[in-house]
Write a protein that binds this ligand. Structure first.
Ligand code: HEC
Length: 170
């Protein structure tokens, strides 16, 4: 077996042989090494950090435009079961003044057990945040609720309908 110190001696022998080569051959070897080094470092040079991309300009929507969009959504989706008039209950309770109202608190409307519990036991109020959760997936937010509607999945639509509902007050 070759001893470690001998291995070391052998490698220094190889160096000695390399250095003993005629300078021209040494030069060719050094040239190849340099080419390899460049080949590896070039892609890295090409990946120089690019200047940061400009973020897209914020969509500017006026409050009025948002409310008008919400009104359209109301007519298309919610109107089937709800009225936006004060005191008018249909399949669902009136949504007039719903923002800031206690959950399940329209007098005379026959709420489901689940909805009544959500309002009375949990003491919940229809804040914009609560409406956002509820309208995303009504059955998931309040299991057992009687509103047979799968929900508004797009955040922008929920934002618009909540803006419209917020505008319905005395
Ligand atoms: C298929 C009919 C139907 C549709 C469509 C519908 N709802 Fe309802 N909604 C109901 C019913 C029924 C209830 C009462 C649920 C209960 O008692 O469990 C209700 C309850 C609610 C409540 C709770 C009100 C309260 O007094 O606590 C809100 C808020 C609500 N709906 C908002 C909406 C909005 C906004 C839309 C449109 C995006 C919508 N609903 C679409 C049937 C519907």
């Amino acid at each position: 077996m070759l001893h470690r110190t001998d291995k070391g001696r052998l490698s220094s022998l190889a160096w000695a042989r390399f250095l003993a080569r005629p300078p021209r051959r040494r030069g060719r070897f050094a040239g190849t090494a340099l080419a390899c080094l460049l080949a590896f470092s070039l892609p890295a040079l090409a990946q120089q950090p690019q200047p940061a991309e400009q973020p897209p300009p914020e969509e500017v929507v006026t409050k009025e435009a948002l409310i008008a969009e919400g009104h359209e959504i109301f007519n298309l989706v919610c109107h089937l079961c709800h009225s936006d008039q004060k005191g008018v209950n249909r399949i669902g309770p009136s949504l007039y003044g719903v923002v800031g109202r206690k959950v399940a608190s329209v007098p005379g409307y026959p709420y489901s057990e689940a909805m009544r519990k959500f309002g009375q036991v949990w003491g919940r109020t229809w804040t914009p945040e609560e409406l956002d959760h509820y309208l995303t997936d009504p059955q998931k937010w309040i299991p057992g609720v009687n509103m047979h509607y799968s929900g508004l999945k797009h955040r922008a639509n929920r934002r618009a309908i909540i803006a419209y509902l917020s505008s319905l007050h005395d």
